[in-house]
Write a protein that binds this ligand. Structure first.
Ligand code: CTP
Ligand code: MG
Length: 234
């Protein structure tokens, strides 16, 4: 079974509010998308990589990666208006009949080799796997009027990270079913697997450092981590 990584880089970064989409901002002389690209490219179990990006950036990435060390990148394709549409474009660009896909947010530069290994290992047993971290804060569910409607027990809650891994045909099926239902707002892919009851979803440990750069505070934090390499290498 081939393991194919899909790196999502088609968002606009509206919450960060920078003119340049966050994955194309440079941190210590490297674009944010390049950090996770490098970790996937260097992973022994990853065979191919698909990058999904905004149509305006396709030529830029192609030029940038030409003759680069990232030899596993097989395709750079256009994303869609939502994360779900971008994933769908990535999944259906893969021509193999069988395989596994690992879907990753390029806005999470500090994904670790061990996280990828844990996902790949469980994909030999399960059709859907997600990296997660324990919730450290209590989490409220609220309604449109801001009233609390539910307070799930904290010890049962997990914060969802990427990569998430799937059997290729299971994730294809999930996206086809969602397209038929005109659903395109899922913020992660396990939501579709759960909604259509297509597989058990196994969770594996993520990493504290695999946070998603969403706001300016995250960007400053990422920068300070890079300047304190003992934390990233520990
Ligand atoms: N993403 C994507 N295509 C989209 C939307 C998001 O490929 N249409 C990707 C982003 O590039 C990011 C990941 O999905 O790596 C997680 O999304 P998020 O953090 O929400 O990024 P943005 O959508 O870019 O940010 P915002 O929601 O603040 O606009
Ligand atoms: Mg978004």
């Amino acid at each position: 079974m081939k393991n194919i990584a899909i790196i999502l880089a088609s968002g606009t970064g509206s919450r960060l509010g920078n003119k340049t989409p966050k994955q194309f901002i440079k941190l210590n002389n490297k674009y944010i998308f390049e950090y996770s690209l490098k970790t996937f490219n260097n992973h022994i179990n990853i065979d191919e990589i698909v990058i999904v990006c905004h149509p305006e950036y396709i030529e830029f990435i192609k030029d940038y990666l030409r003759n680069s060390e990232y030899t596993k990148v097989k395709r750079i394709i256009a994303g869609g208006n939502t994360r779900q549409e971008s994933v769908s474009n990535g999944v259906f660009s893969i021509s193999h009949e069988e395989g596994n896909v690992l879907i990753h947010d390029s806005a999470r530069p500090f994904v670790t080799t061990d996280m990828i290994s844990r996902v790949v290992e469980e994909l030999s047993i399960y059709n859907a796997v997600s990296t997660v971290m324990p919730a450290t804060d209590t989490i409220f569910e609220i309604n449109e009027s801001s009233y609390v409607t539910k307070i799930p027990t904290r010890k049962d809650l997990r914060i969802v990270q990427t990569p998430q891994g799937f059997n290729l045909n299971t994730i294809r099926k999930a996206h086809l079913m969602a397209q038929k239902d005109n659903q395109n707002l899922a913020t992660d892919d396990c939501s579709l697997i759960l909604y259509y009851n297509l597989s058990e979803i196994k969770t594996v440990e993520g990493d504290d450092l695999c946070f998603k750069i969403t706001t300016n505070k995250d960007l400053i934090f990422a920068e300070s981590l890079l300047n304190n390499s003992s934390i990233l290498n520990s």
